[in-house]
Design a protein around this ligand. Structure first.
Ligand SMILES: N[C@@H](Cc1c[nH]cn1)C(=O)NCC(=O)O
Length: 458
């Protein structure tokens, strides 16, 4: 090994930050597609006659394969076994393929009039595309998190994870804020914003392939040319080891509950703005798009704060408390001015920064690196089950069953008028439960000494 090779590439600050930037860009493209349908809900109802339950069904499809076929857990194990290069590229390809299928489903007329098990065939095919995309983006998410944990071990790990999540949120904000205007620009075309997603994901794939060259170089400089060592190899008993850690359960349940109050909310927020706050349909996404925008610098800031000062468990409890307060405000019927919506959304941005910036860098504090892919896979699996499948579907079903209060007539056609009080009350209860599990995690950290309240070393 030459002198140059004996020094790990991760000790080069430039290499660390460049690898972070590339991986974060791939995530940004994925996050755009994950949420691009939310500002299109009224158009889907008006042009394609989707019901809210069908929209909820489609949205929940994101998690079908991840949860029911355990793709996330399998993906996490594959990551620990095959490494970040192969796993990441395969996952990026799945994202492109899934988004292309979704685009085809909402633009073709071949599926018109078809029904399957009481749901439009078009909804099924779009959902299938979204489900394939969901496998891809979740595995890319697990891969990116483990990649960052490796590059930044002993360095600014929480800041780096905060930067990655924050940058990815630019994608969410572009989707929610620009999805409607892009559709409008192309004569209310539902397909146009989704096609933009296909193009973005293709760039994301190219970016990840470029990252792979850096990852290979990192392996070389760490003497890992022949793959992971015996000691690093994943064993199935690792799953049992991880599940034996009570703190792991607390963080996993907190994650599922907290994100259940955020991700499904983003899917319905543009519609909430129209229905409760009287925002014009073509501007429906403008206030919700502030949520990820507010979260971006705040996630970076709280990541930096966690590295410097610690207090990770406290940050998670505070974020969950804010979630409760905001959803409570959204649930109160007479608080229906758009100014209230704007202020509450900014506070939700704080919550959406506090919890993720502390949660993701906390996992390597009590899980060894060789088990990280599996651990993140298990956490994301639980999060997908509740936050990306059950709760979005539940909210759509509740809206159709209990919340229709009339008919809305707009330029683009008619659609039901909804009272969002009950869905917002459900989100509030999820937030309360998140606070409980945040407090349990804080107590467990104190008892077991995970070090969640301490600053990063290095
Ligand atoms: N499940 C992942 C990725 C994701 C984003 N939107 C839908 N799925 C996740 O939660 N990543 C962490 C985050 O805070 O975004």
């Amino acid at each position: 090994m030459t002198e140059a090779l004996s020094k790990s590439l991760r000790h080069s600050a430039a290499a660390r930050w460049i690898s972070l930037a590339i991986v974060s860009f791939s995530m940004l493209c994925g996050y755009y597609v994950a949420d691009v349908a939310s500002p299109l809900k009224p158009l889907l109802e008006q042009q394609l006659k989707w019901t809210s339950a069908e929209y909820g069904f489609f949205t929940g499809a994101y998690a079908w394969f991840n949860v029911a076929m355990f793709m996330l857990i399998i993906g996490g194990i594959l990551l620990d076994k095959l490494g970040a290069r192969l796993t990441g590229i395969l996952a990026c390809i799945l994202m492109v393929a899934g988004c292309t299928l979704k685009w085809w489903a909402v633009t073709t007329h071949v599926l018109d009039g078809g029904m399957f098990f009481g749901t439009k065939t078009q909804v099924w095919v779009a959902a299938l595309g979204y489900a394939v995309f969901g496998v891809g983006i979740e595995i890319v998410g697990v891969t990116a998190t483990k990649v960052i944990a490796r590059w930044f071990k002993g360095y600014e790990i929480a800041l780096a994870m905060g930067l990655q999540v924050g940058t990815a949120r630019i994608g969410t904000s572009l989707a929610v804020g620009l999805g409607g205007p892009i559709a409008e620009k192309f004569h209310q075309s539902i397909g146009a914003p989704i096609l933009v997603g296909v193009v973005l994901l293709s760039f994301g794939l190219v970016a990840y392939i470029i990252y792979c060259a850096m990852d290979r170089r990192l392996d070389e400089t760490e003497g890992l040319m022949e793959g992971p060592s015996e000691e690093d190899a994943f064993r199935l008993s690792d799953i049992a080891d991880i599940l034996r850690i009570r703190g792991f359960w607390y963080v996993t349940i907190l994650c599922a509950l907290f994100y259940s109050g955020v991700f499904p909310f983003i899917k319905y927020a543009p519609d909430l703005m129209v229905q409760k706050f009287g925002v014009r349909e073509n501007l429906a996404g403008s206030i919700p798009s502030i949520l990820p925008i507010a979260a971006i610098p705040l996630t970076w800031f709280f990541g930096w704060y966690y590295d410097k000062k610690g207090k990770g468990a406290t940050l998670m409890v505070l974020g969950s408390l804010l979630l409760v307060a905001v959803h409570f405000v959204f649930a109160v019927p007479f608080l229906n001015s758009w100014v209230v919506a704007l202020v509450a959304t900014i506070f939700l941005g704080f919550a959406f920064a506090l919890v993720p910036s502390a949660m993701w860098p906390s996992i390597p504090r009590f899980i060894p690196h060789r088990q990280l892919g599996t651990a993140y896979g298990l956490i994301f699996w639980t999060q997908n089950l509740l936050a990306l499948w059950v709760v979005p579907y539940l909210i759509g079903w509740v809206l159709d069953k209990y919340c229709i209060v009339g008919t809305r007539v707009s330029q683009a056609g008619t659609s039901p008028a909804y009272n969002y009080g009950l869905p917002m009350a459900i989100f509030t209860v999820l937030g309360v439960l998140a606070v409980v599990f945040g407090l349990l995690l804080k107590a467990e950290d104190k008892a077991k000494g995970f070090g969640l309240e301490l600053p990063s070393r290095g």
